[in-house]
Ligand binder design. Structure first.
Ligand SMILES: *[C@@H]1O[C@H](CO)[C@@H](O)[C@H](O)[C@H]1NC(C)=O
Ligand SMILES: *[C@@H]1O[C@H](CO)[C@@H](O)[C@H](O)[C@H]1NC(C)=O
Ligand SMILES: *[C@@H]1O[C@H](CO)[C@@H](O)[C@H](O)[C@H]1NC(C)=O
Ligand SMILES: *[C@@H]1O[C@H](CO)[C@@H](O)[C@H](O)[C@H]1NC(C)=O
Ligand SMILES: *[C@@H]1O[C@H](CO)[C@@H](O)[C@H](O)[C@H]1NC(C)=O
Ligand SMILES: *[C@@H]1O[C@H](CO)[C@@H](O)[C@H](O)[C@H]1NC(C)=O
Ligand SMILES: *[C@@H]1O[C@H](CO)[C@@H](O)[C@H](O)[C@H]1NC(C)=O
Ligand SMILES: *[C@@H]1O[C@H](CO)[C@@H](O)[C@H](O)[C@H]1NC(C)=O
Length: 470
């Protein structure tokens, strides 16, 4: 231990001496290295593949960055132009720096992607540290070229399912993936038209996503925004997501999700704006969502816990929601808040959901809040504080169905309430106002619905419900 420490000090002193000889403070102020893909022969005409030049630039950049003492980042620059590419592999200490007038275009042929379906990304970092993407430009998956048949309700997509590794409309490349990485930073970049999911963070630690715009297709299935899977310490700030499927979606498949924060975002989606699950084999703990605007989405804040993972210590604060009904082909029926835990199928385990706070929320919606645990997956200690709910139906949505999908009881005929509760132990409602549109209030049933056999220990403080006109 002592010897190692001595070596370390010696090493630092040596480095200090070398560098101070040339420029003082050079260790702290070293400018980042930078390499242009053009220097490696990239053409940037959007027609010829630039895969090899891009990959060579990344490899050279990574080596140069690691050779520096101390190691420091290296930027791979994309000057204005369109760079068509097969999968590129991002390496440690490399930042892709895409000029605001440059686009990295993903290939649309199965040969453009690795053999293994789990590596189908346009940009993929696997087991790398200190990696990132920035520059104000765009990565574009050409998702519209994966539409077999355009349909206003839901597009029919190409399926690369020949190997049987994936099924039906779940079988296309994702856009950007960080798998098993540490210290990831994605900032000031536009992620456009993914063919399938957009930004996928998997088994990673310390990820910052800031000033990122995601534009998918509103009618394409599985066009998710950000899927944060089995990862810890994720910070998302100032995102703008407009896409067909779930916008910010923590999932647990091989490990838990701990400590995720998302703030200052704007979201529109034909599915859930924020969704925990439905892959939920491990725990979700310590998540905060603050200052988020959700616009005309199919569902607002959602928990779809189906596989036995337990969820706790989640806060939603300062959130504006509008939800509306689109089509039964999509899960959700305009619920502003949807908290559910039920076994996906007969073989599934049940996970609990506890210590969840909703504070300072306003919602205008075509359906009510749905809180539904299950016998072995109780919802406990939920708090709703300072909530203004406006109920109004402005599409053709008639109500009358509870949506338990995915799995569980599916769609169930049942009148819709302003606040529906089942299998709950501990619910505090404080400063909650419900306003009902005078024009169509008769299309609604009870403001509150619960049975005392499944709901225990609930309290209402300063609860108000009334009609409004206009
Ligand atoms: C692959 O997907 C296509 C289109 O969705 C479908 O017609 C075909 O049956 C699928 N094949 C397999 C092997 O799943
Ligand atoms: C996240 O933290 C938990 C608890 O420390 C740990 O079990 C898990 O492996 C961590 N995940 C990653 C990807 O490091
Ligand atoms: C939680 O994640 C943030 C990054 O978003 C990090 O700064 C913080 O140290 C993490 N907290 C813990 C307890 O690890
Ligand atoms: C909330 O987020 C929006 C961006 O969606 C931002 O313009 C606004 O300044 C944020 N508000 C606060 C109080 O930070
Ligand atoms: C969830 O909690 C239950 C009850 O404490 C426990 O039996 C189960 O193993 C937990 N699930 C996971 C994935 O840890
Ligand atoms: C809720 O809103 C009030 C009034 O705007 C504010 O003072 C309070 O800090 C907010 N609470 C949270 C948790 O953001
Ligand atoms: C709810 O509406 C009341 C006025 O009726 C307002 O004072 C309060 O700030 C609103 N709360 C939220 C969270 O928007
Ligand atoms: C009732 O629920 C509240 C939280 O919602 C909790 O603080 C309290 O301990 C519970 N009381 C009983 C008797 O379980």
């Amino acid at each position: 231990m002592i010897i190692q420490l001595n070596h370390l000090i010696l090493l630092i002193l040596t480095i200090l001496r070398c560098h101070t000889a040339a420029t003082p403070f050079s260790i702290i102020q070293q400018p980042p290295l930078s390499i242009s893909v053009k220097d490696f022969g990239a053409i940037g005409n959007g027609i010829d593949y630039d895969t090899l030049p891009i990959q060579s630039a990344i490899n050279a950049c990574s080596s140069a960055a690691s050779a520096r003492k101390p190691p420091s980042p290296c930027h791979v620059k994309f000057p204005p132009g369109k760079y068509l590419t097969a999968t590129v592999h991002l390496k440690s200490r490399v930042i892709l720096n895409i000029h605001k007038d440059a686009t990295v275009l993903g290939g649309t042929n199965i040969q453009d992607y690795p053999k293994e379906q789990e590596r189908w990304y346009v940009v993929l970092a696997e087991g790398e540290d200190d990696v990132g993407i920035t520059g104000g430009g765009e990565i574009n998956g050409q998702g519209l070229k994966f539409v077999n048949k355009f349909d206003k309700r839901k597009n029919v997509m190409v399926s690369w399912n020949k190997t049987g590794a994936c099924l039906g409309d779940e079988c296309r490349p994702r856009l950007v993936g960080f798998l098993g990485c540490r210290n990831v930073r994605i900032w000031d970049v536009n992620l456009i038209e993914p063919a399938y999911w957009c930004l996928h963070i998997v088994r990673s630690q310390n990820t910052i996503v800031e000033d990122v715009k995601i534009q998918g297709n509103f009618n394409s299935p599985n066009n998710d925004g950000m899927d944060i899977e089995d990862s810890n310490n994720t910070f998302i700030n100032r995102c703008n997501i407009n896409t067909g499927d779930d916008a910010i979606c923590p999932k647990t498949s091989t490990g838990p999700v701990y400590n995720l924060t998302a703030t200052n975002c704007w979201i529109r989606t034909k599915s859930s704006a924020i969704k925990l699950g439905s892959a939920s084999w491990y725990d979700f703990k310590g998540l905060l969502f603050d200052n988020i605007t959700i616009f005309e989405s199919h569902r607002g804040l959602g928990f779809q816990i189906r596989d036995g993972g337990n969820v706790s210590d989640i806060i939603f604060s300062n959130i504006k929601i509008s939800t509306r009904y689109y089509d039964p082909l999509w899960w959700g029926r305009g619920e502003p808040i949807y908290v559910t835990s039920c076994p996906r199928d007969q073989n599934s385990k049940e996970g609990s959901i506890s210590n969840i706070k909703f504070i300072n929320i306003t919602a205008t919606s075509e359906n009510g809040i749905f809180l539904s645990g299950s016998k072995g997956g109780i919802l406990s200690n939920l708090e709703f504080v300072n909530i203004n709910l406006t109920y109004r139906r402005w599409t053709n949505y008639a109500g009358g169905l509870l949506d338990y999908r995915p799995g569980c009881q599916g769609l169930v005929k049942h009148s819709t309430a302003g606040l529906m509760m089942e299998h709950i132990d501990g619910l505090d409602v404080e400063n909650v106002k419900m306003k009902w549109s005078e024009d169509n209030s008769r299309r609604w049933n009870n403001p509150l619905e619960f049975r005392s056999s499944t709901v225990n220990n609930i309290s209402f403080l300063n609860f108000h419900s009334g009609l409004y006109s206009g």
